[in-house]
Design a protein around this ligand. Structure first.
Ligand code: SF4
Length: 455
């Protein structure tokens, strides 16, 4: 039997793409291996959002080139955000790569995999056609593409229309393109029937879902709240998450739906990127600090325990000490559960790379990074301290050697002893009494269960 190995960098959307590609390869008779040395087909699913992620992909490609030159027999495919609309330049630079594939455009990889295994064109068409098409979703054909655990990602909208000046995503993933609501609900039903208990609805700007779909007879379009309502009626699913949020698309209706739908977790991922008005304008984020704070206030007025996670970029072109101080002030007064922080690096092809000098010195970026990391550690620990001694609801995602791990509704990671008949059952909702906290996780002991999973 032929084997494959997919190495995935970057965001949850890339992880979802890799799972779908894996489902397609399994339909071709391949099976996954942990070690790329044992793979007939190696796929690198790349990320272009930061230079660091690209450097990691280049380094892995270099290692594979060396192996090939030493007689290693395998096919190499590179997919994801490093692959733009024109691959001529990439083909010239990396002639040892057998196939390049843009995000979600897997056909070339499946074709190479089929050729490699000597699958005829007709056979390939039958295997990959219609409902088995991994671009649409992981559909059961025998056991292909079955979910591997109690949680799953479900992309609902691809691409992005926002064109923030520093961001490569719209140039690589294209314009916003929503999937049909019926397809999404079918996929969630399929996942529920195969043991998934929690789905995370994905989009680069997930609240934009539906705006590009056709209006119904009354002029209405489905939105994220419509998906929440549909999933609420699907038996087996106990939790719904969604990411990534974009403040301007986050309507009152969507916030109210999160508050009112019991399955939807009170867990928001809303990148602010900067707390400075002038920097937000240069980033072309499309909102002001006041608009962002008004959305946060609305969330907290409806859901006082909601977790709010954010992203920040430091050292963007021209970022002054005053602008950075404005970001620090916003982070301190808002108290986010998690702050993902990154230093700016120019992404070739973006507006910023073409028009804005990368003029903040590396050591200044590093110092600003450390300031934000310290704010993050302090606020995460403060927030985690609030659940010390309390019982929290946890969905068990992993269990090994008597220890289980899962997440609260707010997304906090919880480790606890998996004692008793339900302690280690993946997909079960349990109550855990929290006995210790750090900025990154909670520890506790099992206090009870309120749903038993079939897993
Ligand atoms: S909203 Fe801005 S930062 Fe987010 S994916 Fe779109 S262009 Fe990139």
């Amino acid at each position: 039997m032929s084997t494959f190995h997919i190495w995935t960098l970057g965001c949850q959307m890339n992880q979802a793409d890799s799972l779908k590609l894996a489902a397609g390869l399994e339909q071709l008779g391949y099976h996954a291996v942990e070690d790329d040395l044992e793979a007939d087909l190696v796929v690198i699913n790349t990320c272009s959002v930061r230079q660091h992620a690209e450097d990691r992909a280049y380094s892995r490609m270099g290692m594979l080139k060396k192996r090939r030159s030493q007689g290693g027999e395998f096919k190499l495919a590179v997919m994801g955000c490093m692959v733009g609309p024109k691959t001529d330049e990439l083909r010239k630079r990396f002639p040892y790569v057998d196939v390049w594939a843009r995000p979600q455009e897997f056909d070339g990889i499946l074709q190479v995999a089929g050729d490699y295994r000597d699958v005829s064109e007709g056979e390939l068409g039958t295997l990959l056609g219609a409902e088995g098409d991994p671009r649409t979703f992981q559909m059961a054909q025998g056991t292909y593409g079955l979910p591997k655990g109690p949680t799953a990602y479900v992309p609902v909208i691809h691409g992005c229309d926002k064109f923030c000046t520093y961001c490569i995503v719209p140039l690589r993933r294209g314009r916003e393109d929503s999937r049909a609501a019926a397809d999404i609900l079918d996929e969630v039903r399929f996942l529920a029937d195969h043991g998934v208990r929690e789905v995370t609805l994905l989009g680069q700007t997930v609240e934009a879902y539906g705006h590009d779909l056709e209006a119904d007879a009354n002029g209405g379009r489905p939105d994220l709240a419509t998906l929440f309502e549909g999933i609420d009626r699907i038996d087996g699913i106990t939790r719904v998450r969604f990411l990534t949020s974009y403040p301007k698309d986050m309507t009152d209706r969507i916030i109210d739906a999160v508050a009112d739908q019991p399955k939807v977790c009170e867990h928001f991922n809303i990148p602010v990127q900067s707390g400075s008005e002038s920097m937000l304008a240069r980033m072309r984020r499309g909102y002001t600090v006041a608009m962002f704070e008004e959305r946060v206030a609305r969330i907290r007025s409806r859901m006082p325990d909601a977790a709010i996670v954010t992203d920040v970029i430091v050292g963007c072109p021209g970022e002054t000490e005053e602008e950075f101080a404005d970001t620090v002030a916003l982070l301190e007064r808002t108290e986010f559960d998690i702050i993902h922080v990154a230093a700016y690096s120019p992404r070739p092809g973006t507006y910023a790379a073409r028009n804005m000098p990368d003029d903040v010195p590396a050591e200044v970026k590093k110092a600003r990074l450390q300031v934000i990391e310290a704010i993050h550690a302090a606020s995460s620990e403060r927030i985690n301290q609030r659940v010390l001694g309390r019982e929290v609801e946890v969905l068990i995602e992993q269990s090994e050697s008597g220890r289980s791990t899962g997440r609260t509704r707010q997304g906090q990671l919880v480790h606890f002893d998996a004692m008793g008949p339900v302690g280690g059952r993946l997909g079960t909702l349990v109550d855990v009494e929290i006995s210790a906290v750090t900025p990154w996780s909670l520890q506790g002991r099992l206090a009870g269960s309120h749903s038993l999973s079939v897993l």
